[in-house]
Design a protein around this ligand. Sequence first.
Ligand SMILES: Nc1ncnc2c1ncn2[C@@H]1O[C@H](COP(=O)(O)OP(=O)(O)OP(=O)(O)O)[C@@H](O)[C@H]1O
Length: 246
Amino acid sequence: MSLITTQGLTISHGADPVLRDIDLDIAEGEIVTVIGPNGSGKSTLVRAILGILAPSAGIIRRKKGLRIGYVPQKLAIDATLPITVRRFLSLPTRISDDVARQALTRTGVQGLEDRQMAALSGGQLQRVLLSRALLSQPDILILDEPTQGLDHPGIAAFYTLIEEVRKDTGCAVLLVSHDLHVVMRASDRVVCLNGHICCQGTPGMVQSAPEYHALFGVSEGGALAIYEHHHDHTHDHIHGEGCTHD
Ligand SMILES: Nc1ncnc2c1ncn2[C@@H]1O[C@H](COP(=O)(O)OP(=O)(O)OP(=O)(O)O)[C@@H](O)[C@H]1O
């Protein structure tokens, strides 16, 4: 069953569309990863799905009563305004100490209750944000570049955690990521965005397609290859619309 469907979704900031004609379907329990170069509209897509940005054309359908758990790209924490992890977890809905303890244990950061949010490491912060997102028992977790700033072991550990959470709770996951290698391992489906959907498919399909190699310049460059997104190609036979840009 579909949790979120977009059809012909177009989002504009001002006059120019940033995203064009996005047809996307996210099913229950699916891990979908959106990859694309800087400025390709990944965060814009997430914000549209969250309902923060209104479409200038097309539609977004959400399953009735859909619960979304959102893990933002970063958190603007004012270092001069102290807030502990425990208090942060109780915003906006107050939770018991037991629930807070369980939530932190679930994501492997037990015992951090009394720490200041501003004092957490990047990896700890991501896990605390994930703990909070899971409190509402979401049908879908949406994570915007959750592993930015983490080292390779940290990235791999975070993806393993996401897979465990999916297994335990059955929630779907929509991830925005630049970490191509781990993305390939952890995702059911990869969507390549560059203002429109260039291509999408299972990691196996995408990875074995010559178009994938052309798209991402896959080499030892690995995780950074996404920034070398090449546009002088077509790849219509992967499920997608083909890249019409140059
Ligand atoms: N509020 C806004 N007003 C005007 N333009 C915006 C706004 N937000 C985003 N944009 C523009 O929309 C385009 C897509 O931005 P978006 O943040 O969605 O890209 P992204 O793929 O998430 O990039 P990155 O990988 O750098 O985070 C960019 O050209 C950006 O400058």
